[in-house]
Ligand binder design. Structure first.
Ligand code: LMZ
Length: 161
């Protein structure tokens, strides 16, 4: 039995009154699109209304923190899901973006007083990223976007402003 992971949800949360913002990067589009679809499909299955899921895009993951902040200043959301896919290249670019973006997204919650779901994949290989979007041939992992959608509904219902 797998130990790692979220396990069965402790409760199913009703998303019918939840308004969600998804801000996603456009780097690594095939993987991004699968993650975004996974998050949306899971939220719809939890009762979130389609018109209450607002999607915006940015060029890359480094733009996510600022865009998420402005997104929440321009409209009211119960929760936001920044989504990005970072894949290690041959330089230190990956490390600097991963570290700075992760810390910025964590800190952002206090300043916007809105739950921020961590939708950043930080992968050492393309194969790792494909697997976490449910796109690898072996279907070795589930689509992590589904987890982010479920977390978004729970956080909005429990702690939404
Ligand atoms: O370099 N690799 C990646 C990347 N770089 C671009 C960066 O986020 C930003 O958009 C530019 O530096 C301009 O500010 N952005 C990603 O989302 N994934 C990557 O794997």
């Amino acid at each position: 039995m797998a130990v790692k992971g979220l396990g069965k949800p402790d409760q199913v949360y009703d998303g019918s009154n939840v308004k969600v913002g998804i801000i996603h990067a456009r780097w690594n589009k095939e993987i991004i699109d699968a993650l975004v679809k996974g998050a949306i499909d899971r939220m719809l299955s939890l009762g979130v209304q389609e018109q209450n899921i607002i999607v915006e895009t940015v060029p890359g993951s480094f733009e996510l923190p600022y865009a998420t902040k402005r997104f929440c200043e321009m409209s009211q959301y119960d929760v936001v899901i920044p989504i990005g896919v970072l894949i290690k290249g041959s330089t230190m670019h990956f490390e600097y973006i991963s570290e700075s973006t992760t810390h910025a997204l964590m800190r952002l919650q206090e300043s916007i007083n809105t739950p921020v779901i961590f939708g950043l994949l930080t992968c050492l290989t393309e194969q790792q990223a494909l697997a976490r979007a449910g796109l690898d041939a072996a279907k070795s992992m589930h689509n992590h976007g589904e987890d982010w959608g479920a977390a978004a509904v729970e956080m909005a219902v429990k702690f939404g402003a």
